[in-house]
Design a protein around this ligand. Structure first.
Ligand SMILES: *[C@@H]1O[C@H](CO)[C@@H](O)[C@H](O)[C@H]1NC(C)=O
Ligand SMILES: *[C@@H]1O[C@H](CO)[C@@H](O)[C@H](O)[C@H]1NC(C)=O
Length: 184
């Protein structure tokens, strides 16, 4: 039992262990396979396979970071790509805004009314162009974001699967090691 406690403490000390390691180990120890006579050999088995588990954990952590990094990079490049369209829309909107400002600056009533009277005719095309392009850009951006999200999911899922497979194999070997010790 002492061995088990030491091992658990050692596992807990790892940087960011995926929760599975501890759970698997706990359920393994809960099986009560440990007997007093095999305690020394048990220790050897754990000493051999714990570093491998640790290494799997580190690989998982690196893989997960790589997924995060690539998602952030892709997101940034996507936003950079959108900047051009955003500038065009901003310029068009500023044009409408300055047209309105110029009308508002008129103090003569007749000039004022005439200025706003021309607004629809002169600016309607710009308003529609802004609306149309903005809608299109939002759809494109949403599609790209969904693709990045899916890619992120695939990346982390793959990392998770590798970790599960890797730890399963190690726990299998550990189990075998402990069973061999039992028969000695
Ligand atoms: C809308 O998109 C078209 C085609 O890309 C472009 O020529 C036009 O300048 C854009 N207008 C605005 C207001 O963004
Ligand atoms: C995650 O990976 C596993 C194994 O590669 C696969 O069976 C599963 O379908 C994947 N999940 C999704 C939603 O892609």
């Amino acid at each position: 039992m002492k061995t088990a406690i030491i091992l658990l403490l050692a596992l807990k000390a790892y940087a960011e262990p995926p929760p599975r390691t501890l759970n698997s180990l706990c359920s393994y120890l809960d099986d009560g396979k440990e007997t007093l006579s095999s305690l020394g050999n048990t220790k050897n088995c754990f000493a051999r396979y714990l570093p491998e588990l640790e290494s799997e954990g580190a690989t998982w952590s690196q893989g997960y970071s790589a997924c995060q990094k690539s998602t952030i990079t892709e997101g940034q490049s996507l936003l950079t790509d959108a900047t051009g369209a955003q500038e065009e829309i901003r310029d068009a909107a500023m044009g409408i805004s300055s047209f309105i400002d110029q009308c508002l600056a008129l103090t003569e009533s007749l000039d004022f009314f005439n200025c706003f009277a021309k607004m629809a005719k002169l600016q309607l095309a710009n308003v529609y162009s802004i609306s149309f392009n903005a809608t299109e850009q939002a759809i494109i951006l949403n599609k790209k974001l969904s693709r990045i999200e899916l890619e992120h999911y695939r990346c982390t899922n793959q990392t998770e699967q590798k970790y599960v497979k890797g730890t399963d194999a190690i726990f299998g070997s550990l189990d075998q090691c402990l069973q061999q010790n039992d028969t000695h």
